[in-house]
Design a protein around this ligand. Structure first.
Ligand SMILES: Nc1ncnc2c1ncn2[C@@H]1O[C@H](COP(=O)(O)OP(=O)(O)OP(=O)(O)O)[C@@H](O)[C@H]1O
Ligand SMILES: [Mg+2]
Length: 245
């Protein structure tokens, strides 16, 4: 998965008819295009702001049903988007959520303050791991299950699974853009929870710290680990980065 391709769209974006219908009189702004071509729109109304994720029909890797189920479960414990609508037509499928106040950690305001952003991402991940209950989480993101989905060559490359350090409910895609940050630098919430599930906390820590380099350049990992409250574990970081790619 080549994460750096996901970004705010620079080319003009055609708004799918379903998103137009959902928007009604609201103002529609394309805010994100992911590496599979999925789009996110902000719908700005007089009294509320919504976000709509839309994926073209036949994009199986992006399972909005899985994301809606995880958001609904996690919303009891953490600040994550509240699901407003879920639907599909012949063109594609969509998930509408209520806006969480805050900016993405890769908003230009935070790209200009990478150390503060890295701290917010680390503190936010820690808060998420502390808040979500492992015992009652119905979703798994274990290394063993993820490895079982690989072909033999990839499995060989990933190597043996390290012993679990601590089981938590992992975000599952803890890349920098998926943390929202308040204007005072405090973590404000998490989005993009389509693969949330129980796994070793290093599955998130490895990928989240790696994504800092993509978005902010080198040199911010120490601030991230410090804000999470953990010392880097080179072996588990290397394993979970191999598993990610
Ligand atoms: N409910 C929400 N409140 C605030 N911002 C949101 C919300 N939903 C989405 N966003 C914004 O839209 C962006 C894209 O949403 P999301 O990360 O869910 O899409 P994605 O295409 O799955 O992303 P990725 O490229 O990481 O796979 C987020 O980074 C965030 O800035
Ligand atoms: Mg995202």
């Amino acid at each position: 998965m080549i994460r750096p391709l996901a970004a705010a769209p620079t080319e003009p974006v055609t708004v799918p008819p379903a998103v137009r219908t959902l928007a009604g009189d609201d103002h529609v702004t394309p805010v994100w295009r992911n590496e599979l071509g999925g789009l996110t729109f902000r719908l700005t109304g007089a009294t509320e702001t919504r976000f709509v994720k839309w994926v073209a029909a036949g994009t199986p890797e992006l399972d909005l049903d899985a994301e809606a189920a995880r958001l609904t479960w996690a919303a009891r414990y953490a600040v994550v988007p509240h699901v407003l609508d879920r639907g599909h037509d012949e063109d594609g499928s969509w998930l509408a959520t209520a806006a969480i106040p805050g900016r993405s950690a890769v908003d230009p305001a935070w790209l200009a303050r990478p150390k503060d952003a890295a701290r917010a991402i680390g503190a936010g991940l820690r808060a998420l791991h502390d808040a979500l209950p492992v015992d009652t989480c119905p979703f798994s993101w274990s290394a063993e299950e993820r490895i079982a989905r690989l072909d033999d060559a990839a499995r060989e490359q990933v190597g043996p699974v390290p012993a679990v350090d601590r089981l938590v409910v992992c975000h599952g895609d803890a890349c920098a853009p998926n943390t929202l940050v308040a204007d005072d630098g405090a973590p404000a919430g998490h989005v993009d929870l389509g693969t949330l599930g129980v796994g070793d906390r290093w599955a998130d820590l490895a990928v989240s710290s790696m994504s800092l380099g993509w978005n902010f350049g080198d040199g911010h990992e120490a601030a991230f680990f410090d804000a999470y409250g953990i010392a880097p574990d080179a072996e588990r970081i290397a394993f979970y980065r191999r598993l990610w790619t």
